[in-house]
Structure formats: C-alpha cells, structure tokens
Design a protein around this ligand. Structure first.
Ligand SMILES: NC(=O)c1ccc[n+]([C@@H]2O[C@H](COP(=O)([O-])OP(=O)(O)OC[C@H]3O[C@@H](n4cnc5c(N)ncnc54)[C@H](O)[C@@H]3O)[C@@H](O)[C@H]2O)c1
Length: 352
C-alpha cells in the first residue's frame, strides 16, 4: 500500500508535533503545508521536506494528490476546514477542541457521515502509553465501577494571548483550551458514560497578568496581550446518566502557589491517578496497597503520545478502521464544554 500523502494546515506551535510524528511514520509522507503566514509555512516546509506551500487551505484541498490533512489552526476555523476537507475527499485529524459550539460539531459529524471519510479528534491524552495501560486495566474490571473523577489543570500564569484569548477565535479560555484534555481523559477512562447535567462557574477576576515578570509561559505563535475576552478560570461538576460524576477546575491564571495538573479516578474496586504520576490504589487481604506501575515515564509523555496519535490516524485511514477518538466523542465533549459556559452564564445547573 503506498504511503498516505499528508497536508498540514496551520504551521504554528503545535504543528511541529504533527510534522515530526508524520516524519517518523514510514506509512505517511508529508506533501504540503499551509498557513496564513507564508514565511511560517515556508520554514515548516523546509524543515520537514514538504514540496508544496499554500496560504489558502482551499487550494491545498483542491490538490487530488493529498489523501489526508492535520488541522492545526485557530479553533474558529476547525469546523469550516474539517467540513471542506471531508467534502474534498480527504481524511481529517483535527486538533482539539473539535470546534467552538455544539452546532458546529454536529455539522462536522454530518459531513463525516455523508462523506464516509475518517475523522480523528486530537484528544492526545488518550494516546499516552500510561493512559492506554490504565484504560486496559479499567476494561478488565480492575477498578470496578468508576463513579467519581477529579481533575485539575491549573496554570498560575499562562494565558497564551493572541487568538487563544480572543473568544471569537478560540470559543473560550482555559476550559476549552486545557480543560478539554483532562475532561476528555476522565470521560474516556470512565468508559464514555452519557453526560446529563453540568453545574459550573467561570471567573474573570485577574485578567491575563501580562504585567508579571521573571516567569515564562506558553504563548501563541502571534502573541499579543492586548485583547483578552476569555475566562481566567472555570470549575464544574458534570453528572452522568450512570450516576458517576466528574469535578474539574482549570485556569489560565490564578493566585495558586504552583502550576498543577492532576487527574484521579475512583472505582468501587480500586482507584488510579494519571497526573501528575501514574499510581493505582487497591485493597488486598484487608490492606490498602498503593501500586506504582513501572513504565518508561511516570507522567504524561508528550512526544510518545503525539507519535501514537499520528500513528493511529495513519493506520485507521489505511485500514479503514474507526479511530479511538472519533467525531462522536468530539461532539459529546463539545456538549459538556458548552454546558459549562451555559451553566456559568445562568448561575444554575443545566441539563444537556
Ligand atoms: N493537543 C495539544 O496538546 C495542543 C497544544 C496546543 C494547541 N493545540 C491546538 O492546536 C491548534 C493550534 O494551536 P497553536 O498553539 O499551534 O496556535 P498557534 O497560534 O501557535 O498556531 C496557529 C497557526 O494557524 C494559522 N492559521 C489560522 N487560521 C488559519 C487558516 N484559516 N488557514 C491557514 N492557517 C491558519 C496561524 O497563522 C498560526 O500560524 C488549536 O486548535 C489548539 O487548541 C493543541
């Protein structure tokens, strides 16, 4: 079978993880890149050996030589580009979040259905080796029924500015940007129960704190601190049809002592932690055991997870199999994220 011919749309910060992972996959060949910023696209093409450079994604999609695309652009363009790509016959790997609204998500889902092409959502945390290991344990009943999950993704200082802090282009702040990762990871580990309600709060108290000195943080490729129309932090309680619940808090900025990513799940036979370090908690012979799985990385392995995500996309397309993070999951996660914003605006619980 010939190598899958790839185009990468959006060549800002995260695209390098896609580009380097395609480069290492023998069944994929990078053919084209595209960015509104021609110089940025040109330098990615030079570094990773793409023959074609575009500044208009429509021209890239019109090239019949390209089989599949990665979409690594601003969130407001994900739905539009994904639908256009599917309709042009391409398979799609779209960065998280799938898009900005449930309505957009349903339109993408409909395009996947009508074209029969593969779409994988870039829920990269699912592809981490430790996450896959724990999911396999969960599938074998190791933790029993998982009824409670608790996740935090706290940056004390880390509003990336630029499009990330422009609600029109991002669709939201830390919830939609980093909260999406830990919410999806918990939901995936819980076995994808149907979400039924959300009670949430969002706060805009501190601004982006671009005044702070001597501490560096993740910034958009076109960093600009002038515009900030997104929340500083959000917290939420998400209820599922099976009675399970997920408690989550996230921030771009908060008067916290340090940054913290923490993901913990609890079942009736055992519990486990994914972040900051993998751990399993269980009971044997009337004794509580804290078990430390021996794996290459104690925590999230960014490079390995991206490589596994790209490898999975390439093999799903080539074999015609459904990815483990399909469009349907992207739609459900958009319902949760939008439910959080809706509940916070109402000051009341919302039914999904
Ligand atoms: N999976 C992860 O861990 C992870 C991490 C960071 C970002 N992301 C996601 O990746 C996407 C990009 O984020 P980033 O940090 O790389 O942002 P970025 O600002 O660094 O890069 C985005 C690039 O997209 C280009 N772009 C925007 N609209 C375009 C269009 N219509 N056509 C062509 N190019 C266009 C911009 O010019 C820019 O170069 C976002 O959806 C973000 O949520 C995922």
């Amino acid at each position: 079978m010939p190598a899958l011919k790839i185009g990468v749309i959006g060549t800002g910060s995260i695209s390098s993880m896609h580009l380097q992972s395609y480069d290492k996959n023998p069944d994929a060949r990078l053919v084209a890149v595209c960015d509104l910023n021609e110089e940025r696209a040109g330098s990615a093409a030079g570094k990773y050996g793409a023959e074609l450079v575009y500044t208009d994604y429509r021209e890239l999609l019109a090239n019949p030589d390209i089989d599949a695309v990665s979409i690594c652009t601003w969130n407001n363009t994900h739905a539009e580009i994904a639908i256009a790509a599917l309709e042009a016959g391409k398979h799609v790997l779209v960065e998280k979040p799938l898009c900005r609204t449930v309505e957009e998500a349903l339109r993408v889902q409909e395009a996947v259905r009508s074209t029969g092409r593969t779409l994988q959502v870039g829920f990269v945390r699912r592809y981490d080796p430790n996450a896959q290991l724990l999911r396999a344990f969960a599938d074998r009943g190791e933790f029993g029924e998982i009824y409670y999950a608790k996740a935090s993704s706290i940056r004390r200082l880390g509003n990336p500015g630029g499009w990330f802090s422009d609600i029109e282009r991002s669709g939201g702040g830390p919830l939609i940007d980093i909260g999406v990762h830990v919410i999806d990871l918990c939901w995936y580990m819980m076995g994808l129960p149907k979400p039924v309600s959300v009670s949430a709060n969002t706060y805009r108290k501190l601004g982006n704190r671009s005044n702070v000195r001597n501490l560096s943080f993740y910034k958009a490729a076109d960093y600009n601190a002038d515009l900030n129309t997104v929340e500083d932090m959000a917290n939420a309680l998400i209820r599922f049809e099976n009675g399970a619940s997920l408690l989550v808090d996230v921030s771009f900025t908060l008067h916290a002592k340090e940054d913290l990513t923490s993901v913990k799940l609890y079942g009736d036979k055992g519990g486990f932690e994914i972040d900051p370090e993998v751990a399993i908690v269980t009971e044997k012979h009337d004794t509580i055991l804290n078990v430390k799985p021996q794996t290459d990385h104690k925590g999230f392995d960014f490079n390995a997870a991206f490589q596994a995500e790209i490898d999975h996309f390439v093999s799903s397309v080539r074999n015609g199999t459904k990815p483990i993070s399909p469009v349907e999951d992207g739609v459900e996660i958009m319902k949760i994220l939008c439910g959080v914003y809706e509940s916070a605006a109402l000051g009341a619980e919302v039914r999904l």
